[in-house]
Ligand binder design. Structure first.
Ligand code: 4UV
Length: 549
């Protein structure tokens, strides 16, 4: 109904869904602001162990965690804390407890190697780490490399281990008191890492205002026709990691704000997932495309397992119409019976900028939706730099209150990514149709997406270049039916040097976590195609990579 408002400005496209009131609250206060209405209802449950807390208990633990961090570990407002945690109910206690104490959180994939965590936590000067027993050796090794370190929080630990390792339970039981700071909504509270359009992963500075605005944008009553039936016992089953912006803000905070029962698990296994479907009877699933493919095609997932599902949200990487069709075939439901939502986002935009509204017709299923409220877009020609009209593909630029403050200690990359008028240059190629539905068609940036996870080619190239036999290297993503894309390396050896594909693969496998491994293989070349400026011509390599599989 409001769609004519879209093209309002000849300079850019506006959201057809109008504006939201930009968030002034802190993230934790906003997410838990309605908690009184459902304090006895379950908040987050670990599907593997059954351990969980109701909303009232969760909020009390968050308050006590804030008190312990400020009062006992002596973390000061603005200090960084690093989480090395899988999806557990206690993740919520730590992250919101830290934010309540005015701290800035950065989170790492718990399956990262010590080298990967050291780089990230060192870059933003982390002063405390929270982790579980399984990852304590990595945490301790990383802690040794950090300056002014205040201590490690042992999630799952009853008592303190000594030597600066505090059991979370004992910290919470002690009810440490502290004067907590008044936190301004413009302050940074989260620094997730993203490679952006080029180079190594960089810290993305997100403020309370960024994150709260994005929750308001994605829960806009007009766009989502959200009925206000909050906390009525709806159950969400979700496995995308909370240590990625989609999992943290797009899924966890989004659903906690609505009073949902969030069921998750620290590690995905088909058996555990199916067990949770039967036990918790979720009405909603938030997935990435590879998980949708699992649900749609895995023989052990049966129609009966999914009989309660009413809504399924897919984000973080491209999904296909045929996969959505396969899912509907599996559950033997029509497109009217299951609400399929899709979204497009980026770490740099807290994350959501495009989402399918409740009005979206099934004929547009390949679309990632329309601009969320208070968000503007431009499609900019890659060759001429001019703004393009409907059905023409160009780079997608976005602007809104959810766009990051900048990259941590990296003004150069910030300026290259967010221009002086506030436009975020996404590095994605997209077009829109007459009804202002957007379609993502390609990427100009280097980023590789493996099962929704970011892989920076630069990071792999740096590891491979460490070998003295290597003269030059380039890494690109090649299509993969299950993972979406996988990394593939092109290597030039120095004269008379010998290395095998296995040598290169092993090198990467030693240094980097599993999903970054060279599953696309290794090809040895005489030279890497580069343009006059010395930039790797990645598109040529992608074509070559597909031929040489
Ligand atoms: O920075 P990042 O790892 O961030 C994300 C965030 C994704 C989403 C998606 C929907 C949500 O509702 C939500 O809360 C979070 O993935 O990677 C950003 C890049 O991933 C690709 C694209 O290249 C981005 O620049 N990407 C993300 N979503 C999609 C996508 C999509 N729906 N379709 C195609 N590519």
């Amino acid at each position: 109904a409001t769609q004519t408002a879209t093209a309002a400005d000849s300079n850019c496209l506006n959201s057809p869904w109008g504006e939201i009131q930009v968030g002034k609250e802190t993230l934790t206060d906003y997410v838990f602001s309605d908690v009184e209405d459902w304090s006895d209802a379950p908040s987050v449950t670990c599907g593997a162990s059954g351990r969980g807390y109701d909303y009232g208990m969760m909020r009390m633990m968050i308050d006590r965690c804030a008190g312990a961090l400020a009062g006992h570990l002596k973390m000061a407002p603005g200090d960084r804390i690093g989480l090395i945690l899988p999806n557990l109910p206690e993740f919520v206690v730590l992250i919101h407890g830290a934010m309540k104490a005015g701290l800035v959180v950065t989170f790492a994939n718990p399956l990262y190697t010590a080298d990967e965590v050291k780089r990230q936590f060192g870059d933003c000067n982390v002063k405390a780490i929270a982790t579980i027993e399984m990852f304590m050796p990595v945490a301790q090794e990383v802690a040794k490399s950090l300056k002014d370190y205040k201590g490690t929080i042992w999630v799952g630990g009853e008592d303190d281990k000594g030597q600066g390792v505090y059991g979370l339970r004992s910290l919470l039981m002690a009810d440490h008191q502290a004067d907590l700071p008044t936190v301004d909504c413009e302050e940074v509270c989260l620094i997730p890492y993203s490679s952006g359009t080029t180079g190594m992963p960089k810290g993305v500075m997100l403020t309370h205002k960024n994150l709260v605005s994005n929750l308001k944008q994605t829960q806009c009553p007009k766009m989502m026709k959200y009925e206000g039936e909050k906390g009525k016992g709806d159950v969400l089953l979700t496995v995308p990691p909370f240590f990625h912006i989609y999992g943290f803000n797009g899924i966890l905070n989004y659903n906690l704000k609505l009073g949902y029962h969030v069921v998750t698990m620290p590690r995905f296994t088909p058996d555990d997932y199916i067990k949770c479907l039967v036990e918790y009877q979720p009405t909603t699933l938030f997935v990435v495309p590879s998980l949708l493919a699992f649900l749609a095609t895995h023989p052990s997932v049966k129609k009966e397992h999914l009989q309660w599902v009413e809504t399924i949200m897919v984000g973080a990487a491209p999904t296909t119409d045929s996969m959505l069709e396969k899912f509907l075939l599996k559950v033997e439901k029509t497109k009217d019976e299951i609400k399929l939502l899709q979204g497009y986002g980026m770490t740099e935009s807290s994350p959501v900028t495009l989402m399918t509204p409740y009005t979206y017709p099934y004929s547009k299923v390949g679309s990632v939706g329309q601009l969320v409220p208070s968000t503007q877009a431009r499609i900019v020609s890659i060759t001429t730099g001019e703004m393009l009209g409907p059905h023409k593909s160009g780079e997608l630029w976005l602007r809104g209150p959810q766009v990051m403050k900048g990259y941590w200690k990296n003004e150069k990359a910030t300026k290259e990514t967010v221009d002086s008028e506030g436009w975020l240059h996404t590095g994605d190629v997209a077009y829109y149709d007459e009804e202002f539905y957007f379609y993502i068609v390609d990427r100009t940036k280097e980023l590789i997406k493996v099962k929704g996870n970011q892989v920076s080619p630069t990071e792999l190239e740096n590891v491979i270049m460490e070998r003295p036999e290597v003269a030059d290297v380039a890494v690109v993503g090649v299509p993969d039916p299950l993972a979406g894309e996988v990394p593939k390396a092109f290597v030039v050896l120095k004269p008379k040097q010998k290395l095998t594909e296995k040598d290169i693969k092993d090198l990467v496998a030693q240094k980097l976590t599993r999903y970054k491994h060279l599953d696309g293989g290794v090809v040895f070349l005489e030279s890497i195609p580069r343009n006059a400026a010395g930039k790797i011509m990645r598109n040529e390599l992608k074509v070559l990579g597909m031929k040489k599989r």
